[in-house]
Write a protein that binds this ligand. Sequence first.
Ligand code: CDP
Length: 233
Amino acid sequence: MPKRKIIIAIDGYSSCGKSTLARQLAQQLHYRFIDSGAMYRAITLYFIREGVDLQQPEQVQQALANIHLSFELDEKNGACEIHLNGENVSRAIREMLVAEKVSEVAAIREVRVFAVAQQQAIGKGGGIVMDGRDIGTVVFPKAELKIFMTADPAVRVLRRFEELYPSNPAITLDEVRANIELRDYIDTNREESPLRRAEDARLLDNSNLSREEQLQKVLGWVSQLENASDKSA
Ligand code: CDP
């Protein structure tokens, strides 16, 4: 019997390794990986470049109408890269300038409606791993596997610092900590789709887990679900 291709939804706080886990899973399972945060970051980059006033709903709507996002496979390194109106912005969206504004942009209702519709269209056939803040609660509330990731705040700050430092040696730990704390605060307290654990999400605290350990743990969950009879079929 062929295995089911399920939807895996991974949510959690900033910098707790959601994208790393999602990428590992997609590689192992031959699923598609979609980093929903990259979409909010690309929208933010466009708004910054165009000087969009976030307080003006018409300006926001107008700008969204001019945004086309796509994920393209980079043949050289196998990575899935985000394109904004045809331009590969995978690196540009990691800049601090974008990180400083993204949670404010992602709290706007029109922005979420725009991004969520695309996420649902991409994932509807299954065989997908998507990570973000509202994937198990809003985007795919019926996902077969929901994971809520957490990690010790100090561990998260250090991980993100090590990720950013090579391309930005001027960055400080305090700067990274302040950005993570601010984004977590906005993401959990906003009115639209706040970050919260879905009731049926499995908790994964990876403060003391290696990448390999966390992968094996989740692959165990996936294989149970892939082999379960498809009651919805
Ligand atoms: O820095 P990190 O990789 O943890 O964040 P990200 O996944 O790149 O997401 C950047 C920001 O986008 C988050 O801080 C949220 O404000 C927003 N976001 C969201 O609101 N909903 C999602 N599904 C994904 C991201």
